[in-house]
Design a protein around this ligand. Structure first.
Ligand SMILES: Cc1cc2nc3c(=O)[nH]c(=O)nc-3n(C[C@H](O)[C@H](O)[C@H](O)COP(=O)(O)O)c2cc1C
Ligand code: SF4
Ligand code: SF4
Length: 436
C-alpha cells in the first residue's frame, strides 16, 4: 500500500488531507469528529485579536451556483473570521492537540496590520502546543475593508513585513495563505519567501457575486434586501487554483517553498492533480461542507489505489511530477496534429457536435449522409480544436486521434513531421525572423 504520510513545512500528518480554515474547523466538536473521520490535519478557523469577537450577519451567508443536476459547483460566502471568544478557542485548541498528537493542528490568524498585534497573539497560540500558524492574507470580504485579509495579501510589501514580524516572534512554522484576488500570484509568494515563510497556502476565496434575484433586484445572498460581494470557492475554482499553485511551483525565485494546495478539491483525483503540479499537501473546505467529513475516506483510498496502480510508493513520487510538462504557449509543438474521430456505435445522434462545429468552429462534422442523420468528422476541415469532444454528452464517444508522422494532413496538404517545432522558430513569427 502506498505510503501517504506527509511532512509539510516540518509538520507531520498521517495523510496529506487537511481541512482548510472555515466553519468545519470552527470548534473542538467539529475538529475531533473530523479527525475521527480520518482527516490528517486541520487549519483552525481564523482567530482574531483579543477583545470583543467579530459579528456575523444573522441571515444567509451563502450564495451558490449549481450544475444541471443541482450538484453544488461553487459556493460564495460572506462569513467573517471566528465569532467565538479567542480564549475559548485557545483552550479548545490546546485540548484537541493533546487528544490527537498524531494529527496536524495549525491555527489560522488575522489581526490588524500592526507589529504589536501580531506579536501579541503568537505566544498565545504557541502556548497551546499547535503545530504551526497560517497567516490569513486572503479573506476578500468584510475583514479586507478593515485593512486585513486580502487587503494585506494584495500588497507584497505588507506580506513581507507581516511575515517578518511573525518569523521574528515565533518558533512555530509559518504558512502564508495567499489571496487569488491579484494579478500575479508569484509576487506575494516571493514576498513571503523573502521574509522566511516556511510555506504558502492557496487559494483563499475569489471575489464574487453569485447571482441577482430578479424579483427584488437584490444580489444573493440577500440580507434585508441588500447584498455584498463574497468569497467564491468549491469545484468551480479548481482550475484557477491549479494554475496559481503551478505558477509558484515553477517560479525559480520560490524554488523549494512548500505549497499547500487549496481550491475545489472534492475527489482523490483533484488531490492528485494538485500534488502533481507541485502542492506538498492539500486543504479542503467546500467538499466537506457539501458531503460531510467522511468524504476524506474516498480521497485517502482513491489516492492510495491510484498510487499503487501506478507504482508510486510515496507522495514524493507524485509531488511536482506534472510541473515540467507545463510550458509557455510558444513552446508547444506546432507539428503535433490531431483529428476528432466519432465512435459510431456510441453516438446517440443528438447532433450537438455538429451544431457546435458548424456554428462556431470549422464546419467539419456532417449532419446528414444519404438522407439520414449521421455525424462524421471531415478530416479535411478539422483543425483538431476538440470543442466537439467537450460538448458531446456521451463520454468517450469522440476521441482526438494524433496523426502519425509521415501521414498526410488532409486539411493542410502537408505531411506530418516527426520533428518538434514551435512558434519561436516558426517562419510566420516576425521575432523568429528578426533573430536569424
Ligand atoms: C464559509 C467559509 C468560511 C471561510 N472562512 C475562512 C477563514 O476564516 N479563514 C481562511 O483562511 N479561509 C476561510 N475560508 C476559505 C477556505 O479556507 C478555502 O481557502 C476556500 O474555501 C477554498 O477551498 P475549497 O474550494 O475547498 O472550499 C472560508 C471558506 C468558506 C466557504
Ligand atoms: S475538433 Fe473542432 S474542428 Fe474538428 S470536428 Fe471537432 S469541433 Fe470541429
Ligand atoms: S455530440 Fe456526440 S452523441 Fe451527439 S451526435 Fe455528436 S458524437 Fe454523437
Amino acid at each position: 500500500m502506498a505510503d501517504i504520510r506527509s511532512v509539510f513545512a516540518g509538520i507531520k500528518s498521517p495523510n496529506p488531507f487537511w481541512l482548510a480554515s472555515a466553519p468545519p474547523t470552527d470548534k473542538a466538536y467539529n475538529v475531533e469528529r473530523a479527525y475521527k473521520a480520518g482527516w490528517g490535519g486541520v487549519v483552525w478557523k481564523t482567530l482574531g485579536e483579543d477583545g470583543p469577537p467579530v459579528v456575523n450577519v444573522n441571515g444567509p451567508r451563502y450564495g451558490a451556483i449549481w450544475g444541471a443536476d443541482r450538484r453544488l459547483l461553487g459556493l460564495n460566502n460572506i462569513e467573517l473570521i471566528t465569532d467565538r471568544d479567542l480564549h475559548l478557542n485557545l483552550r479548545e485548541i490546546k485540548q484537541v492537540k493533546k487528544n490527537w498528537p498524531d494529527r496536524a493542528l495549525v491555527v489560522s490568524l488575522m489581526v490588524p496590520c500592526e507589529e504589536q498585534a501580531w506579536k501579541a497573539i503568537l505566544p498565545l497560540v504557541e502556548e497551546t502546543g499547535a503545530d504551526g500558524v497560517e497567516l490569513n492574507f486572503g479573506c476578500p470580504h468584510g475583514m479586507s475593508e478593515r485593512g486585513m485579509g486580502s487587503a494585506v495579501g494584495q500588497v507584497p510589501d505588507y506580506v513581507e513585513m507581516v511575515v517578518r514580524w511573525c518569523k521574528q516572534t515565533t518558533r512555530m512554522p509559518v504558512i502564508t495563505k495567499l489571496t487569488p484576488n491579484i494579478t500575479d500570484i508569484r509576487q506575494p509568494a516571493r514576498a513571503a519567501h523573502r521574509a522566511g515563510s516556511d510555506a504558502v497556502s492557496l487559494i483563499n476565496t475569489i471575489n464574487s457575486i453569485t447571482g441577482v434575484n430578479l424579483d427584488t433586484f437584490a444580489p444573493e445572498p440577500t440580507i434585508d434586501g441588500k447584498g455584498s460581494h463574497g468569497g467564491f470557492c468549491g469545484p468551480a475554482v479548481k482550475p484557477i487554483a491549479l494554475h496559481m499553485v503551478s505558477e509558484i511551483a515553477r517560479d525559480p525565485e520560490t524554488a523549494g517553498l512548500p505549497i499547500s494546495g487549496i481550491g475545489g478539491i472534492t475527489t482523490w483525483r483533484d488531490a492528485a492533480e494538485f500534488l502533481a503540479l507541485g502542492a506538498g499537501n492539500l486543504q479542503v473546505c467546500t467538499a466537506a461542507m457539501t458531503y460531510g467529513f467522511k468524504v476524506v475516506q474516498e480521497m485517502i483510498e482513491g489516492l492510495q489505489n491510484w498510487m499503487d496502480a501506478k507504482g508510486h510508493a510515496s507522495l514524493d513520487d507524485v509531488i511536482g511530477r506534472a510541473a515540467p510538462n507545463l510550458r509557455e504557449w510558444q513552446h508547444l509543438n506546432l507539428n503535433y496534429v490531431a483529428k476528432a474521430r466519432i465512435d459510431q456505435d456510441m453516438c446517440i445522434k443528438c447532433g450537438r457536435c455538429h451544431i457546435a462545429c458548424e456554428d462556431t468552429s470549422h464546419q467539419a462534422i456532417t449532419a446528414m449522409v444519404d438522407g439520414k442523420r449521421h455525424f462524421e468528422v471531415m478530416e479535411e476541415e478539422c483543425v483538431g480544436c476538440n470543442l466537439c469532444v467537450n460538448v458531446c454528452p456521451v463520454d468517450g464517444c469522440i476521441d482526438m486521434v494524433p496523426l502519425a508522422a509521415g501521414t498526410l494532413d488532409k486539411r493542410t496538404g502537408a505531411t506530418v513531421s516527426a520533428d518538434y517545432a514551435n512558434w519561436t522558430t516558426h517562419p510566420n513569427n516576425p521575432m523568429a525572423a528578426a533573430a536569424k
